[in-house]
Structure formats: C-alpha cells, structure tokens
Design a protein around this ligand. Structure first.
Ligand code: FES
Ligand code: FES
Length: 197
C-alpha cells in the first residue's frame, strides 16, 4: 500500500496543530498515536461501538471512520478538551456518583454523546437518552445507570437555566459546582474519565 503523506493544519482542543500524516491514517489513530491524546478509545474500528466518539466542527463523529486528512482546516474536540474546559464536568461527576462506569472504556465516547444530546434537547426523556446513546456500546453497566446520570444532569442544567433566567443571566449559562469546575482534580481527572488507556 502507498505511504503517501500529506500536510494538514487543524485546531485540536483549541490549539493549532500542523502535522504531516499518512493519507490512510484515521483521525483517532492520529490523535492517539501521533499526538498522545488517548482519551478517545479504539474498539471496533468499524463505526459500531462509539468508543472513538469526538467532535469535529461541532458535530460528533466516529474517529475511526474519518481520515486525519479529512480534518484539514477543521476544529476537533476530544474528551480531553471537553474535560479541560469544564464543559462536561457535571456529566463526569454524575457518571461517577451514579456508578455509570465500571471499566471506563466506553465512558469518553458516552460522555461526548450525552453532551451532544444535552446541547440539542434541554430535557430529553429517558427514551430519547437511550436512543441517542444507542450507538455507544457499554459492556459493563447495563446502561441503566448511564441513563440515570444523563437524566440527572439534564434536570440539573434545566433548573440552572431556569434559575439563571429568573436572575437575569443569559439563558443556557450553566451553574456548575465549584468541585465540578475544578478540571484539574476529582471527576474531571479521574482515570477512565478522560481515558488514559
Ligand atoms: S472504534 Fe470507532 S466506532 Fe468503534
Ligand atoms: S464501563 Fe466498561 S464498557 Fe462501559
């Protein structure tokens, strides 16, 4: 097979990156093997399990189904970026508190997918949560605790938005606890949450 390489420039978790990559390298392999961003996991490599879920230009994608060269000029956000920004801190805390993870292999992709749903739907039903995470496989939890965690965060964010609107803050601004905003410790840095496997 040809080892043709191409130069790409993109933004990853807010940082500009310019690299030369083999044309056949998948996005998730580029991030994991090339840049050491191992939070996105590789399970099936066929777009089935969701372990490699990340955001490209604001939409969640399977990192195993995109080539790195397709992301030239794109904005990529991995679980590391979502963790460091505090965007998913409340989800991570809820997963931990409700035992919505065991081995943690699915968790980065599951959190990214749950966050995608909660950005689109303020208060999804349990059926909607199940539907949205149905492309993310978990071999450990039986899913019930994951649905509980996502539902709890939806309620928490919904009431925070309501309180924010009542207090004159911009709707949609989340009220996160001090602990959940501390991305340098606790749930946001818990092994398996950013996925250091
Ligand atoms: S590794 Fe990408 S969907 Fe399974
Ligand atoms: S926690 Fe083990 S696969 Fe989901």
């Amino acid at each position: 097979m040809s080892d043709m390489t191409l130069d790409i420039s993109l933004t990853i978790n807010g940082e500009p990156v310019a690299e030369r990559v083999e044309a056949r390298t998948t996005l998730v392999d580029f991030l994991r093997d090339g840049l050491g961003l191992t939070g996105s996991h590789v399970g099936c490599e066929h777009g089935v399990c969701g372990a490699c879920t990340m955001r490209v230009n604001g939409e969640i994608v399977r990192g195993c189904l995109m080539l790195a060269v397709q992301c030239d000029g794109a904005t990529v956000e991995t679980i590391e970026g979502l963790s460091d920004s505090g965007e998913v801190a409340d989800l991570q805390l809820a997963f931990e508190q409700r035992n919505a993870l065991q081995c943690g292999f699915c968790t980065p992709g599951m959190v990214a997918t749950a966050q995608d749903l909660l950005k689109r739907v303020v208060m999804p039903s349990r059926a909607e949560i199940r539907e949205h995470i149905s492309g993310n496989y978990c071999r450990c939890t039986g899913y019930h605790a994951i649905v509980d965690a996502v539902e709890a965060v939806a309620k928490q964010r919904s009431s925070s938005s309501f309180r924010g609107a009542a207090e004159g803050r911009e709707p949609g601004i989340q009220m996160l606890s001090h602990a959940s905003l501390d991305s340098g410790s606790g749930a946001a840095r818990r092994p398996g949450m950013t996925g250091d496997k």
